[in-house]
Write a protein that binds this ligand. Structure first.
Ligand code: PLP
Length: 400
């Protein structure tokens, strides 16, 4: 039997793929694909065995013990779809934990999916996307597909989203995207300011609050606004504090009439392993406080060392990533660290001298400190003109 390769341009030429289906048949930008697209000349799959991987805001702790056991237990049932009703059970468990109704909760294989679909659903050439700069790029990439204007508003002096400016940026805004805590800075936007934006956003626009990192911070969630029936969509993921990035589970939380708007774009069965692992993770009441403290310790120790050594971290991260102003082209620092087998995050064009560091284990951060000092103490090297953007990646081609 010959496998038929999926040829998107060919599919697009065919007339049966129209409207929402056409828009959805495009790559979804996730932290994994973005990190990989920016790796210099090698893919994540072939990193050396001693690599320190702090480039994609992953959690070095991985899934908790209960999640691993739940995956093992459900594997024999993996030959069938969700025969055991895992999705239903997870939906009810999640809703009950947050005072929501099950119809407020929709699970996906990671929150990149509902982020992409929300952008496609609420933006168009006439209805723009408003976001912070720097912030997580995925929505802007989806807006390329819907051909929506993108308004990038600089962060404030305290590196919060500038919600007054964001709300005023486009009277025709289709979507206002808030990431709290923000990726890449890890800095938070106070909840009261998000509530203000919810009340003052332009008529007909949607507020999307991405709480991928909320458990790592002291900031309060806005999920209660969904309970109150307000016009917003909240995203959460099991990729960060729950350590399930490779297992894939995310959730969109909103009024049912809003969640329905995402449905034309894509609906697929959830992997039963992800559902079982998510349920087990939620049942572990120690997980969030223990991991929050573990990651905060590693972050604070690294930030204290950086400051003491005269380096310049940007803002006060409350997350599993932070940025450093290196005072030189960040690409050169990334490439030099890579030679030390330390893989850090990508560059945001608005801050070409800043690097993003994901918080790894204490051992990872010790290796990072040694390598970073060595790189920063060495004479600066000129930027190579070679294309080092990971040209092998399908997403890289789409992004360029
Ligand atoms: N939103 C933000 C702000 C992120 O940083 C990420 C990943 O890093 C995601 C959403 C998507 O995560 P996932 O698709 O793994 O749930």
């Amino acid at each position: 039997m010959t496998d038929v390769a999926l040829d998107l341009p060919e599919l697009r030429r065919r007339s049966f793929l129209t409207g929402a289906a056409l828009l959805a048949a495009m790559p979804i930008a996730s932290e994994a694909t973005l990190a990989q697209a920016k790796m210099a000349s090698q893919s994540l799959g072939v990193l050396p065995p001693d690599a320190v991987i702090i480039n994609a805001n992953e959690n070095p702790l991985g899934p908790c013990k209960a999640a691993c056991e739940a995956i093992t237990a459900i594997l024999p049932y993996g030959g069938r779809y969700d025969r055991l009703g895992e999705l239903d059970a997870l939906t009810k468990q999640y809703a009950a934990m947050h005072g929501l109704k099950p119809e407020n909760v929709a699970f996906y294989a990671g929150s990149s999916e509902p982020l992409h679909y929300t952008t496609l659903a609420f933006t168009s050439p006439e209805r723009g996307l408003v976001m912070a700069d720097p912030s997580y790029e995925s929505a802007a990439m989806a807006a390329k597909i819907s051909k929506a204007p993108v308004h990038k508003i600089p962060l404030t002096g305290s590196y919060a989203h500038d919600l007054e400016r964001m709300v005023a940026a486009d009277p025709q805004a289709g979507l206002i995207y808030i990431v709290n805590p923000n990726n890449p800075t890890g800095t938070v936007t106070p909840r009261e300011q998000i509530l203000w934006a919810l009340e003052h956003k332009p008529a007909g626009s949607m507020l999307l609050v991405d709480e991928a990192y909320i458990h790592l911070s002291d900031e309060q969630s806005v999920l209660d606004q969904v309970v109150a029936g307000k016009e917003l969509i909240v995203l959460r993921t099991f990729s960060k504090i729950y350590g399930m990035a490779g297992i894939r589970c995310g959730v969109a939380i909103a009024r049912p009439d809003l969640l329905e708007k995402l449905m034309p774009y894509y609906q697929n069965a959830m992997p039963v392993t992800a559902l079982a692992a998510a349920r087990a993770s939620l049942s572990d009441s120690e997980l969030v406080p223990t991991r929050k403290a573990w990651i905060a310790k590693s972050r604070l120790e690294t930030l204290a060392w950086l400051k003491a050594a005269g380096f310049k971290p940007i803002g006060e991260s409350q997350s599993n990533c932070f940025m450093i102003d290196t005072g030189r082209p960040a690409k050169t620092v990334i490439a030099a660290l890579q030679k030390e087998h330390v893989y850090i995050g990508r560059v945001w064009p608005v801050w070409p001298n800043a690097v993003r560091i994901s918080v790894g284990s204490p051992e990872d951060m010790a290796r990072f400190r040694t390598a970073f000092k060595k790189v920063m103490d060495a004479p600066q090297v000129a930027l190579s003109t070679r294309n080092d953007e990971g040209v092998g990646s399908r997403t890289a081609r789409f992004l360029s």
